[in-house]
Ligand binder design. Structure first.
Ligand SMILES: NC(=O)c1ccc[n+]([C@@H]2O[C@H](COP(=O)([O-])OP(=O)(O)OC[C@H]3O[C@@H](n4cnc5c(N)ncnc54)[C@H](OP(=O)(O)O)[C@@H]3O)[C@@H](O)[C@H]2O)c1
Length: 361
């Protein structure tokens, strides 16, 4: 039985606690909040044994096995370090920290303490995502050349909430962009180059961001996130012989569509060629495009891979498996990959000269 401590009682914590209820070998054991009343209400609702009026009291509870951190982004580093210092294993919400340097500090400390630590990138543990990653890595669409992925939802502007507040680590890149970026890292590791654009809002956080990640072998990921508009919230991965579509919502999909086309490239016409031969080729290309080459004219095959409950228990189960095996990190969300993913975000922010207040000298 793994006894979970929950730090923070907001939206993320509530979703995670709902997910934990699907796992017989997990208990929502204790909850810590800045206010006793909130901790009490959360504990009562989820049947937790203990509730605490501060995060420090939660960390000091010797009966807690692991703490799930669901506080605002800007506090993740400090809260993770405090938990690890108190001897607790940590599952910290995404983004694991504001930047790669902060993340590396936590990772180094967790390794020194010999305690389990993981970024709560729950998307990676959703069965449809696991299957999609397997299909791409085993060559179902051939050599991948392009990923177009995005996550965006039009949010009502609220200066005080975490989304638009730079002091809490707000902005669409760290909140939403991190999902497709993490997926690209899961598939192909760190990109060779990162470029893009960040649309800053009046509160000095990005309300929309776009990235181009370039990899060897002519592979590019074109990623977007937004608070300004609802995006398709899906991922299309195009390869040499097919296309995989991870249907919306990208963070918790249950449907994958796969289309195939022949791996034989269409012939091209050169200017020096005899015009009759060229014309023949043009006719041939036209026919091929109409009937064969474009995957959009092939009926895609759609697979449904349902998730149970609200989908949050998959990452919790993976953590429990790691803890029971004595692992210090989980192979699906390794700590180095968490740091590398934040390096990609840092590169875009450096180009946009976007720093959070705590990052200013
Ligand atoms: N995995 C997911 O699907 C998912 C979904 C949503 C959010 N998240 C992540 O979870 C984290 C929290 O997001 P959320 O949507 O749960 O936010 P939220 O609803 O605003 O909750 C954040 C909680 O953090 C605590 N907190 C501590 N210091 C705070 C401060 N200075 N200002 C505001 N709250 C403070 C509060 O809990 P107490 O009052 O109890 O102390 C608050 O309820 C973020 O890192 C976010 O990226 C993940």
């Amino acid at each position: 039985m793994i006894r979970w401590g929950i730090m923070g009682t907001g939206y993320g914590a509530t979703q995670f606690a709902l997910g934990l209820q699907h796992l017989p070998q997990a208990r929502i054991w204790a909850v810590g909040s800045r206010q006793e009343e909130t901790a009490y209400r959360f504990a009562k609702h989820f049947g937790a044994q203990f509730y605490y009026s501060s995060y420090e009291k939660l960390m000091r509870d010797p009966t807690v096995d692991i703490i799930y951190i669901a506080t605002p982004n800007a506090l993740h580093k400090a809260h993770s370090l405090l938990c690890l210092e108190a001897g607790k294993a940590v599952l910290c919400e995404k983004p694991f920290a504001l930047n790669a340097q902060q993340a590396q500090e936590v990772v180094t400390f967790a390794r020194r303490q010999r305690l389990f630590c993981m970024e709560a990138m729950w998307m990676r543990f959703i069965p449809a995502i696991q299957h999609a990653v397997h299909l791409i890595k085993t060559g179902t669409i051939g050599q991948p050349y392009l990923m177009i992925a995005n996550l965006g939802m039009r949010l009502a502007f609220n200066e005080r909430g975490r989304h638009f507040n730079p002091y809490l680590g707000g902005g669409s890149l760290l909140d939403l962009g991190i999902y497709p970026i993490s997926l690209a890292h899961q598939l192909w590791g760190p990109p060779q180059t990162v470029s893009g654009y960040m649309d800053m809002g009046t509160t000095q956080v990005d309300e929309q961001s776009h990235l181009l990640l370039h990899y060897p072998n002519q592979l590019t990921a074109q990623l977007s996130c937004s608070y300004l508009t609802h995006l398709p919230n899906e991922a299309l991965i195009m390869g040499s012989c097919g296309m995989l579509r991870i249907q919306a919502p990208l963070y918790r999909p249950s449907r994958l569509s796969i289309s195939h086309f022949t791996d034989t490239p269409a012939p091209t016409v050169s200017l020096e060629e005899d015009w009759k031969a060229g014309l023949k080729k043009v006719e041939w290309i036209k026919r091929m495009y109409e009937h064969h080459f474009s995957p959009w004219w092939h009926k895609p095959h759609t697979e449904t891979i349902p998730y149970l409950g609200n989908g949050y228990h998959y990452e919790a189960q993976a953590v429990i498996d790691s803890l029971q095996k004595g692992e210090l990190e989980n192979s699906i969300m390794p700590l180095d990959e968490t740091v590398q993913t934040l390096e990609t975000l840092d590169k875009l922010r450096a180009q946009a000269q976007f720093k959070y207040p705590s990052e200013e000298n």
